[in-house]
Design a protein around this ligand. Structure first.
Ligand code: G6P
Length: 489
């Protein structure tokens, strides 16, 4: 028993993701301040506590000089983080280019870039080469810090060739890879020029994980249809072994949110917000300003609702927090102006001298402000056009024990499979349907709200980030042991 415990305590985990849970801001030649990064991946990984985990990733800044690199490495070490330094050119080609202009939209069913096909086709190759080069840079850092017995957990679409790089260097390394986005239908994946390479790279891992069963199935179909491999209910036969493929739905650290609600800072914010929006129902959207989040569609649905139901015009407010993201990618810049234009038009149309129907913020909020907002919200609107899981919906539910507000949730978010019974599910492309869902949510009787909330709250508090990580890592350990037993036979 005792030996088992020491072993469990010493289970070291190397978590490798493009973005570290903290991003660095330079304050002086050798002075750095660290801020929590945005996004679902980080939100979940912060909840992973049981392991002796170390994080390897990019700190979100270019640090060309040695003094800066040394100081940042030291500051990050206190947070158990190890930086991978990427220069501007690599960031441009790998992060802005291949990851966020090609893979991200494709995996969310938005297709490959359409404009200037020739230029895009030419740059595919160089961006893909940069992608492979960047992945090798991550692998070099992992290899440097790896100790025998470590489990290496690679994350997301940025690092699809990492499993291959790691296994090439050390075939005994335990390597898992988890995708935080949807994996699209194989018919979408096959349009990608480097479709086969990416599948081969990922199959080098021992365990491949997705948020939902559907994504796992799409991945296995891509391997069978594009590579002609044998798929089984457990995974894919690959080079004489089984690469295990399975679904591991992610969660949040719900306790952290529930506890925060009693914090005096959150209580103060709650009072301020209640005062500010007295007599009005509060509707909330919290998204990174990304085309997959369906922000323009959501705002247009809100406009339609106001248009059809004048009664509500001065009795409801939509707070939309749009966290800036990937601001060097032109598609994201276009989206910002588009959203601003729609918000301006609607506020001009339905605003009065003292109030506007939409409060739109282009920035992030601190954790306490965010918890307070979730707590005072009557109706949350999560209308992603596609979303791997969407943890904003989970965070909202965690903060609603008192209010028991309504969640309107896109059927194209992974979360629809877990919170579907408690939420009002909508097709975000159908503005009329979303407008009707808003009306229904605002008028929903409290007994129904309570019932729906209870369902979701139970799910969010029992399927946590900790449980997700624990299941993935123990499955990875089992997979490797099984494979060893099979080779010995
Ligand atoms: C999504 C991705 C993450 C990413 C996050 C924020 O959640 O799955 O890998 O970190 O968005 O995006 P960014 O590009 O700022 O890291």
């Amino acid at each position: 028993e005792e030996r088992h415990e020491t072993k469990a305590l010493r289970q070291r985990l190397l978590v490798v993701a493009n973005r570290l849970p903290v991003s660095a801001v330079r304050k002086g030649e050798d002075v750095w301040s660290l801020e929590i990064s945005a996004g679902g991946l980080v939100s979940a990984l912060l909840g992973v506590k049981e392991f002796e985990a170390r994080w390897i990733g990019w700190a979100g800044v270019n640090v060309p000089d040695e003094i800066g690199q040394k100081a940042l490495t030291k500051a990050l070490a206190e947070k158990r983080c190890i930086p991978v330094f990427l220069d501007e050119e690599i960031v441009h080609q790998y992060y802005n280019g291949y990851c966020n202009n090609i893979l991200w939209p494709l995996f969310h069913y938005l297709g490959l870039p359409q404009e200037d096909r020739l230029a895009t086709t030419r740059s595919f190759q160089s961006q893909f080469e940069a992608y492979e080069k960047a992945n090798q840079m991550f692998a070099d850092v992992v290899n440097k810090h790896y100790e025998e017995g470590d489990v290496v957990w690679c994350h997301d679409y940025h690092l699809m060739s990492l499993p291959k790089c790691l296994k090439k260097h050390n075939k005994n390394m335990k390597v898992g890879w988890f995708l935080h986005t949807p994996f699209p239908s194989s018919e979408i994946h096959r349009t990608l020029p480097s479709r086969s390479e990416l599948l081969h790279f990922v199959l080098a891992a021992d365990l491949v994980g997705f948020h939902t069963y559907d994504y796992a199935r799409h991945f296995v179909s891509a391997c069978t249809r594009i590579l002609g491999l044998e798929g089984t209910p457990y995974g894919v036969e690959y080079q004489g072994k089984l690469t295990r493929v399975a679904a591991f739905p992610i969660g949040i650290d719900s306790e952290r949110f529930i506890r925060a609600l009693d914090h005096p800072r959150v209580q103060d914010h709650i009072k301020e917000l209640q005062e500010r929006f007295k007599g009005r129902k509060v509707m909330l959207g919290v998204d990174r300003l990304d085309m997959i989040k369906g922000i323009p569609q959501k705002i247009l649905a809100f406009e339609k609702f106001l248009e059809e139901d004048p009664y509500w015009r001065d009795k409801v407010v939509l707070l939309q927090i749009a966290v800036p993201t990937r601001t060097d990618v032109p598609e994201y810049q276009k989206l910002t102006s588009q959203v601003h234009e729609i918000v301006g038009r609607i506020n001009g149309r339905f605003g009065t001298l003292t109030t506007v129907p939409i409060h739109h913020l282009d920035r992030s909020l601190d954790f306490y402000q965010l918890c307070a907002l979730y707590a005072v919200t009557d109706v949350a609107l999560v209308t992603s056009l596609r979303d791997g899981m969407n943890l904003v919906s989970y965070e909202f539910v965690a903060c609603q024990e008192k209010k028991k507000g309504v969640l309107i949730l896109s059927e194209f978010a992974g979360a629809a499979q877990s919170l579907g019974a408690g939420a009002i599910l909508v097709n975000p492309w159908n503005v009329t349907e979303v407008a009707a869902a808003i009306a229904r949510a605002l008028k929903m009787p409290s007994a129904e709200r309570e019932k729906r909330h209870k369902h979701n709250f139970l799910h969010v508090t029992s399927h946590t980030a900790q449980e997700w990580a624990g299941t993935f890592v123990s499955e990875l350990n089992d997979t490797v042991i099984e494979a060893q037993l099979r080779t010995r036979q």
